[in-house]
Design a protein around this ligand. Structure first.
Ligand code: UDP
Length: 263
């Protein structure tokens, strides 16, 4: 198995499916099914879900609201999504715990690092709600921070695009996908992976990121099985997909070159 402990970041927006707002039941069930499949293989799974399908702090000003208030509303939106995912997983008999960055005693546990790690060791899917619990951050930053805290092997950023491209593939047909790339190259080429806070946290803590298409059924399991889906971001832009600790002597096999593939 390529990774023992993963942090999966799902965007709130993706949860909308074809809708304009809220949660699409079919998409929710698909995500739960994907997570169940990898958890059943013994992978320890932590999840962060965004809240963009319900509310984002940046929208607050358009509503005539205070930005900080808007950010707290966004954090609560992530708790709603997290509760929905928790229920979907439990319906499928997957044990879960929801840990929140904001204390909401009646519905979830407060985030306590040691508890999160214990839940993961026991095979429970741990969902981190309410981001990091502070305004002016995003759930991408929460994903990076929690992944570092619980010592995840990788952040898997599930999106609707199948990796990092040289340009926006939805606008530029000549855009090419990078199978692997280094943190430094992402910065040099000004590519959009995560917001800068989230990205810097990963870079400074040598935490690999994989950007992949989460909407294609089975992709999460394929990634875990070692398939070269999406784009892997690492310190040296190579190094294959084995966990740093899983290769004797710490040597990393190079599975791929660093040349972009045709889209
Ligand atoms: N948010 C925040 N602090 C955090 C995480 C989230 O203030 O640690 C707020 C912020 O307003 C953000 C919203 O919650 O816009 C929803 O999260 P995000 O935009 O990251 O969701 P996504 O884009 O993944 O759907």
């Amino acid at each position: 198995m390529t990774y023992q402990r993963i942090l999966l970041k799902l965007s709130g927006e993706a949860l909308m499916g074809q809708q304009q707002y809220g949660i699409d039941a079919a998409r929710l069930m698909q995500y739960a099914t994907e997570i169940k499949a990898v958890a059943a293989q013994g992978v320890q799974v932590a999840v962060v879900i965004g809240g963009g399908n319900i509310f984002r702090g940046v929208q607050a000003e358009a509503f005539g609201l205070d930005r900080v208030q808007g950010d707290y509303m966004g954090m609560l939106a992530t708790v709603i999504n997290s509760m929905a995912l928790q229920s979907a997983l439990e319906k499928m008999d997957v044990p879960t715990r929801l840990l929140s960055g904001l204390t909401i005693q009646r519905v979830c546990e407060p985030y306590i690092r040691r508890r999160a790690m214990r839940h993961l060791e026991k095979g429970r899917v741990v969902i981190f709600g309410a981001g990091i619990g502070s305004p002016y951050f995003t759930t991408d930053s929460a994903a990076s921070l929690r992944a570092i805290e619980v010592e995840a092997d990788v952040v898997l950023k599930g999106t609707r695009v199948d990796g990092i491209y040289s340009a926006d593939p939805e606008k530029d047909p000549s855009a090419v996908r990078y199978p692997q790339i280094s943190f430094e190259e992402v910065l040099e080429k000004n590519l959009n992976v995560m917001d800068m806070t989230a990205f810097t946290l990963c870079k400074e803590n040598n935490l690999p990121i994989i950007v992949f298409d989460m909407n294609t059924p089975g992709n999460l399991a394929r990634l875990i099985a070692g398939e070269n889906l999406g784009t892997l971001v690492t310190m040296d832009g190579g190094g294959g997909r084995a966990r740093p600790g899983s290769v004797p002597g710490g040597a990393l096999p190079t599975l791929l070159g660093n040349e972009p593939e045709q889209a």
